[in-house]
Design a protein around this ligand. Structure first.
Ligand code: KG4
Ligand code: ZN
Length: 349
């Protein structure tokens, strides 16, 4: 029953996300309606090591992937063969993240997706994980008006993107060293908060009612690129020079400097490109203080700010499914020979 042409508004697409330490499977209908979305986080597995251990992650993905596919199918009212319980054809296409990410974890998701596509004779679509993050907002706000400026801040990337339409992107700025999420994780580890660092820094910062320290936001008025490595070093040096300082004070000052630079550059980018709106995406976009600051600054500029729910900011397969649906409609299926690409770049024309 291999289908030709784009999917219709009632067609189901199943997608898999396994690029890092979350195994996730989702089924969407018509490109924007989430029918089921399951995410299994490996946070507890990696916590003892202070970060993601790639080999452990690969093994965990292997153990989790089939039960999660079953769970997503069952939640969507599908049989284990991907058909609907009433006998009608159910799943019409299979997507999976093929990069960027960790090679072992990516291979597990790509292999599982290809196996389903071959077994059920369906098109397979490889999805760029970063493009997936952009679809988180579109899933929750399908009427989004373009152009928008997207701040994509995750564990591995910090990108300012002008999105003229789905699939049409240009990069306005990126980090010259660490990604924002990576800086959160490194500072958290130094302060003894462990992994994952972003939520731990946010929680600690939240307890600070009277901020006592201020770090200079890096490269604040120097174009649209970012740098976080020096800020991380400033936090470390501060603790070395002031060993009795409360860690929460350092966490709060670090978070504040990161947010100031992220928000300032995003609103400048929106002004420069005359964007209709601003959108935030990626794991760091789950940060409450960043969300509030971006909404406040966007409102001051008179621009709509699209803030996906926290669960949609961190890694999930619904965003991958939405990106797969779009890619299938404009490019058709990926070759079944497509492999995992750990350093896949953000897709610009
Ligand atoms: O998008 P994501 O889930 O995975 C990648 O594609 O990298 O992002 C993970 C990153 C981690 O660095 C994590 O510390 C950060 O997002 N993060 C946060 C928060 N939640 C996750 N950073 C700051 N505040 C948070 N609440
Ligand atoms: Zn991600």
């Amino acid at each position: 029953m291999r289908m030709e042409g784009p999917l219709g508004v009632s067609d189901l697409l199943l997608a898999i996300e396994s690029s890092c330490d979350e195994t996730a499977v989702a089924i969407i209908r018509g490109g924007t309606q989430i029918v089921s979305s399951v995410v299994s986080s490996q946070v507890d597995l990696h916590r003892a090591y202070g970060g993601v251990v790639p080999e452990l992650a690969s093994r965990a993905h292997l153990e989790l992937i089939v039960p999660l596919i079953r769970e997503a199918l069952s939640e969507a009212g599908c049989t284990a063969h991907g058909t609907l319980i009433n006998g009608e054809p159910g799943i019409r296409a299979i997507g999976a993240t093929y990069g960027p990410g960790l090679i072992g974890p990516l291979l597990v998701g790509v292999a599982a997706a290809k196996a389903l596509a071959l077994a059920w004779d369906l098109p397979f679509i490889g999805v760029n994980h970063l493009e997936g993050h952009l679809y988180a907002s579109l899933l929750e706000d399908p009427e989004m008006e373009f152009p928008v400026v997207v701040l994509l801040v995750s564990g591995g990337h910090t990108l300012l993107i002008s999105m003229q339409a789905p699939g049409e992107y240009s990069i306005l700025g990126s980090t010259v060293d660490d990604a924002a999420g990576e800086a959160f994780d490194k500072v958290a580890r130094y302060l003894g908060y462990g992994y994952p660092g972003g939520p731990a820094i946010e929680d600690a910062a939240h307890t600070v009612l009277m901020p006592e320290i201020r770090f200079t936001p890096p490269m604040l008025h120097e174009g649209l690129n970012f740098s976080f490595s020096g800020l991380k070093t400033a936090a470390v040096q501060y603790v070395k020079a002031n060993p009795t300082v409360a860690s929460a004070q350092v966490a709060a000052a670090f978070q504040r400097a990161v947010i100031e630079v992220l928000v300032t550059k995003t609103v400048v980018a929106a002004e420069l490109t005359d964007a209709r709106g601003i959108c935030i995406a990626g794991g760091v976009a789950a940060n409450g203080a960043l969300r509030e600051a971006m909404i406040a600054e966007g409102a001051r500029q008179g621009r709509k700010v699209f803030v996906p729910s926290r669960a949609m900011c961190t890694d999930n397969a619904a965003m991958v499914a939405a990106a797969a649906f779009f890619r299938l409609s404009v490019e058709g299926p990926s070759p079944i020979s497509l492999g995992a690409v750990p350093n896949l770049a953000f897709p610009t024309k």
